[in-house]
Ligand binder design. Structure first.
Ligand code: HEM
Length: 419
């Protein structure tokens, strides 16, 4: 990946990475209300309530996310740390697939590990897990993250000002995960468009990724498609390699999750940092503070606030009985500000004693990409501080707002520096 190849259509990237654009309508991207006061109220008066998280906090738009809309099922939402954590650590009762699946066509992304349970999930996840362990972070950084980060800074450095949300954060995770799959920069925005289409526009995805799978079958490279092509799976005593549809499904989930989350989280981190100039100065002076800033950012405001499970047994929690086949929505964002676990939970305080949070989930489906996400944000923010002297919020631009219902992030991260 070279600097001159890093030319992404500015209008297209702005549309694909703007929570207020039509791309995010189904996830309530333009929802402007601060959900945290309602999260606190619902935790105090629950912590389990009948209903979806959106409707419970006053969001009236379309609800399309993990476990949604599922209009024929009962929905329950959970707002405290202990219950959310206990639910996702009980994968026998609370599963990714419903006990009574509809007979409709299985979309590509629904055959991925995020929708698998039990042994099958463990076996498939184990195929990619070794590429995502902390020890592999340097592989990601050296192979893709660093080059992308510095090429993007090359693009903006001399201007002295940028909207870091679009001009910086948006492209890093997309080009990282695309690079790791052998997808060119030229095709990256088509991939993003395809994985945000709700499983509808998969033809273009196939057109781009299928030939890469074929190429890696005959000549493996040092990338993730090659890992998937060479992976061996033992099922029912028989060992086999993955079929093309299985590889494409895996790649689809990784590209959707990899390109859709970290850009917003990096924007949230930068917003928190630039809103606190004394903290920016402290991190600039002592870079060892940065990992704690990044981790506090994901606790304080995770970009994906809610994930769901289907009930396989009737269960009563905190006096609320939930029937078989109903959906529970774990509000990780509310759990991460549970005062039973964190003092002064609404305050962004990277110096607090770290405790495990739920921004990356917990239990068997805990985020596979969390160490890559951390590496991307740490490398990206660290490089901005290294290369853009006096980096600060742009006082002349309208400040960004953190918005969104099922996907959250800033509208903009306007910044200036001494060019
Ligand atoms: C800051 C960025 C990210 C956040 C906040 C995040 C959050 C999450 C959460 C909460 C889950 C668990 C969902 C559940 O409990 O049902 C999850 C799962 C997953 N994430 Fe991430 N994620 C991020 C970045 C990434 C990246 C960069 C990748 C890939 C490169 C990735 C790949 C996945 C995959 C494949 C799963 C499904 C794991 C499974 O079902 O076993 N994520 N993520």
């Amino acid at each position: 990946m070279t600097t001159e190849r890093l030319r992404l259509d500015p209008a297209r990237i702005r549309e694909l990475f703007d929570l207020r654009s039509h791309v995010y309508d189904r996830m309530g991207g333009s929802f402007e209300e601060d959900p945290y006061p309602a999260f606190h109220r619902l935790r105090e008066t629950g912590p389990v309530h009948p209903g979806t998280p959106g409707r419970l906090i006053g969001f009236q738009g379309t609800e399309f996310f993990h476990g949604l809309p599922e209009p024929d099922r009962e929905h329950f939402s959970v707002f405290d740390f202990e219950t959310c954590d206990a639910i996702v650590r009980n994968p026998e009762v609370f599963r990714m697939a419903p006990p009574d699946p509809d007979e409709g066509e299985r979309l590509l992304h629904k055959t991925s590990i995020l929708y698998m349970d039990g042994d099958r999930h463990r076996r498939y996840r184990a195929l990619v897990q070794p590429s995502f362990v902390p020890g592999k972070a340097q592989w990601w950084i050296r192979s893709w993250i660093e080059t992308t980060v510095h090429a993007l800074i090359d693009n903006i450095e001399s201007a002295g000002t940028a909207d870091l949300n679009v001009d910086f954060c948006a492209a890093i995770p997309l080009l990282t995960i695309c690079g790791s799959m052998g997808v060119s920069v030229e095709d990256a925005l088509d991939i993003r468009e395809s994985v945000t289409s709700g499983g509808q526009a998969v033809d273009r995805f196939m057109q781009i990724v299928h030939p890469i799978v074929a190429a890696r079958r005959s000549r493996p490279a040092d990338d993730l498609i090659s890992v998937l092509v060479q992976a061996e799976l033992t099922e029912g005593g028989e060992t086999h390699t993955l079929s093309d549809p299985e590889i494409l499904s895996f790649a689809y989930l990784l590209m959707a999750a990899g390109s859709g989350t970290t850009w917003k989280q990096m924007g949230i981190t930068l917003t928190a940092l630039l809103d606190r100039p004394e903290l920016t100065d402290a991190v600039r002076a002592d870079r060892s503070l940065l990992p704690a800033v990044v981790e506090e950012g994901v606790r304080w405001m995770p970009t994906d606030p809610v994930f769901s499970r289907f009930l396989w047994e009737e269960t009563t929690i905190h006096g609320v009985t939930m029937p078989v086949g109903s959906v529970t929505h774990q509000c990780y964002a509310a759990a991460n500000r549970d005062p039973a676990r964190w003092d002064d939970p609404d305050t962004f305080d990277p110096r607090r004693t770290p405790r495990t949070h739920l921004a990356f989930g917990s239990g068997p489906h805990v985020c596979v990409g969390m160490h890559v996400a951390r590496a991307e944000i740490n490398t990206g923010v660290g490089a901005l501080l290294d290369r853009l002297p006096g980096l600060r919020r742009n006082p002349d631009a309208e400040s960004g707002r953190i918005i969104g219902m099922y996907e959250r992030g800033p509208t903009a991260v306007p910044a200036v520096w001494d060019a």
